[in-house]
Design a protein around this ligand. Structure first.
Ligand code: HEM
Length: 448
C-alpha cells in the first residue's frame, strides 16, 4: 500500500508557495535534503511532489510516461509565446509533431550545420583576439547569447535571417523578460489589461511572428532546394499519414526552436567558460589537448563527442543544468518509490537537485570534468536533456555546438574569470545573474 510522502508544512493557506517564489532552487534542494527523494508539499491549493531518486524519475519520465502530461501552470504560461509547439503540446498532437520533426534533428542531418557553427565560432575568436590584445574583458554571457542566437537563427532560416537578427534578438529578450515577470508574480496580471508589460509582450510577439511568417510564406513559394531546419520541417512528413505541417504549426515549431535552442545553450556555455576560467589546470589540460590533437585548427565535425571537450561540457551541464526544473501532472493515481501520487497533482523533477546529490556524486559541488571519464552512476542521475519520450530533440545539436565552441576557445585563448561565481537566476531556465567577465590572453598567434 502506498503511503503519503513526508514534506514541509508551509503556510496554512499558501503552502510552500512563498518559499518557492522566494528562492525555488534553494527550497527544492533543502526539501530533498530534509525529507528525502519523494517530498510532498502544497502550493496555492495544489498538491505537488518533488521526485529526486533515479528510479522515481525513470518511472515518471520513461516507464509510466503515458500517465504524465505537461498540463501544468508553467507550460500554460509558456503557450502564450510558444503556442502548441513541441515543448508545450501533449498527447497525440505532440506525438505527430515529434514524428514529423525528428528527421530534421537526426545526427547525420545535423552534420550539415557544422560549417556554420565553425564560421560563427571563428568570427567570435577573431573579435576576441582584438579584445585580448587591447586587454579588454569580455562578458561571456552576452557573447554566448549573441553567438547561439546567430547559430540557431542561421540553422533555422539559412542566411535569410541576417537582416532580421537584431529585431529577433530584441523581441526574444523582451518576451523572456516579461515571461519571467509573469512566472514570479504573486497575483497574476490579466494578460488582456492594456498595461505597459502586456503591450511590450504583444509588440515583441508580433515582431517575432512577423519574421517567422514572412520566412514561412516566402519558402512556400520558393522552388530552390534548401538544407536549413525550416526547409527540413516544411518537407517533413508524418511517416504514418504522409501529412506535413500547416503554416500555423510551423510558426509554433519555429518559435519553439528559436527559444529552446538558444538561451539554454548560451547558459551552459557561459558556465563552462566561467568554470574553466576559475580552474586553470582543467583549462590548461583542455587547451593543450586541443593543440596537440588538432594542430591545424578545430573543426566542428571532428570535435563532436571529443572526450576532453565533452567532459567539460557535461560537468558544466551537471553543475548548472539550464533545464533545471520540469513539471508533469498525472492523469491517473500513481505510486512513486512507494509513495502515493494523486491524479491531477504536480510532479517536479529538478536536474539542479539531482545533479548535486551526495549519494550519487562524490564531491558534488566541485568542478571535476574527469568524473565523466566513467559513465554517470545512473541514466537518471545525469539528465540535462530530460529523458524518455519528451527528451530534448535538440540535444545532439546543442552538444555538437558546445563541444566545438569550448574546444575552439580553449585552443585559441587562455582566460581568467574575473568575478565571483555567477549567482544562479532560476527562472524558466537556469541562467547566470549579471555579467560573467573573462580576462583573455592569446594562447597561439592568430593564423595569417
Ligand atoms: C544545452 C542546451 C539545451 C538544454 C540543456 C536543453 C534541455 C531541454 C530539456 C530539459 C527539455 C525537456 C523539458 C521537459 O521535459 O519539460 C528540452 C526539450 C526540448 N528542447 Fe532542448 N535543450 C537544449 C538545447 C536545445 C536545442 C539546441 C534545441 C533546438 C535546436 C532544443 C529544442 C527542444 C525542443 C523542441 C524540446 C521539446 C521536445 C519535446 O517535448 O518533444 N533544445 N530541452
Amino acid at each position: 500500500m502506498s503511503t503519503i510522502a513526508p514534506g514541509p508544512r508551509g503556510h496554512f493557506l499558501l503552502g510552500s508557495l512563498p518559499d518557492l517564489r522566494r528562492d525555488p532552487a534553494r527550497f527544492l534542494k533543502e526539501s530533498q535534503a530534509t525529507f528525502g527523494d519523494v517530498v510532498r508539499f502544497s502550493f496555492g491549493g495544489s498538491v505537488a511532489h518533488l521526485v529526486s531518486s533515479p528510479s522515481g524519475i525513470r518511472h515518471v519520465l520513461q516507464a509510466n510516461a503515458k500517465n504524465y502530461t505537461k498540463n501544468t501552470p508553467g507550460i500554460q504560461k509558456l503557450k502564450a509565446i510558444l503556442g502548441e509547439g513541441l515543448l508545450t503540446s501533449d498527447g497525440e498532437f505532440w506525438l505527430r509533431q515529434r514524428r514529423i520533426a525528428q528527421p530534421a534533428f537526426h545526427r547525420d542531418r545535423l552534420q550539415g550545420f557544422a560549417d556554420l557553427i565553425d564560421k560563427h565560432a571563428e568570427a567570435l575568436c577573431v573579435r576576441w583576439r582584438v579584445e585580448a590584445l587591447a586587454g579588454r574583458p569580455v562578458d561571456a554571457h552576452r557573447e554566448m547569447m549573441a553567438l547561439t542566437l546567430t547559430i540557431v537563427g542561421e540553422a533555422l532560416f539559412g542566411a535569410d535571417v541576417a537582416a532580421d537578427a537584431p529585431a529577433v534578438a530584441h523581441a526574444l529578450d523582451e518576451i523572456l523578460l516579461v515571461q519571467d515577470a509573469r512566472f514570479t508574480r504573486a497575483i497574476p496580471l490579466p494578460v488582456w489589461l492594456p498595461v505597459r508589460e502586456n503591450r511590450r509582450f504583444s509588440a515583441a510577439k508580433a515582431a517575432l511572428d512577423d519574421v517567422c511568417m514572412r520566412m514561412i510564406r516566402g519558402r512556400r513559394g520558393a522552388t530552390e532546394g534548401r538544407s536549413d531546419l525550416l526547409s527540413m520541417l516544411m518537407d517533413a512528413r508524418d511517416p504514418e499519414t504522409g501529412q506535413g505541417m500547416s503554416d500555423a504549426q510551423l510558426r509554433d515549431e519555429v518559435v519553439t526552436t528559436f527559444v529552446a535552442g538558444h538561451e539554454t545553450t548560451a547558459n551552459a556555455l557561459t558556465y563552462a567558460l566561467y568554470l574553466l576560467g576559475a580552474h586553470a589546470p582543467a583549462q590548461e589540460e583542455l587547451g593543450e589537448a586541443a593543440r596537440l590533437e588538432f594542430p591545424s585548427g578545430i573543426r566542428c565535425r571532428e570535435v563532436f563527442r571529443w572526450a576532453p571537450a565533452e567532459r567539460v561540457v557535461n560537468e558544466a551541464l551537471r553543475l548548472y543544468p539550464p533545464g533545471w526544473l520540469f513539471a508533469r501532472s498525472p492523469t491517473e493515481d500513481d505510486e512513486v518509490d512507494g509513495f502515493a501520487i494523486p491524479k491531477g497533482s504536480f510532479v517536479f523533477i529538478s536536474a539542479w537537485v539531482v545533479h548535486r546529490k551526495a549519494d550519487l556524486w562524490t564531491n558534488p559541488d566541485a568542478f571535476e570534468p574527469g568524473r565523466f571519464a566513467a559513465s554517470p552512476p545512473d541514466r537518471f542521475a545525469f539528465f540535462p536533456y530530460s529523458g524518455g519520450p519528451r527528451q530534448c530533440i535538440g540535444a545532439a545539436f546543442a552538444d555538437m555546438e558546445m563541444h566545438a565552441i569550448v574546444a575552439r576557445i580553449a585552443q585559441s585563448f587562455s582566460w581568467r574569470s574575473i568575478g565571483p561565481v555567477p549567482p544562479i537566476d532560476p527562472k524558466v531556465t537556469l541562467r547566470p545573474k549579471g555579467g560573467v567577465p573573462l580576462s583573455l590572453s592569446l594562447r597561439v598567434a592568430p593564423s595569417p
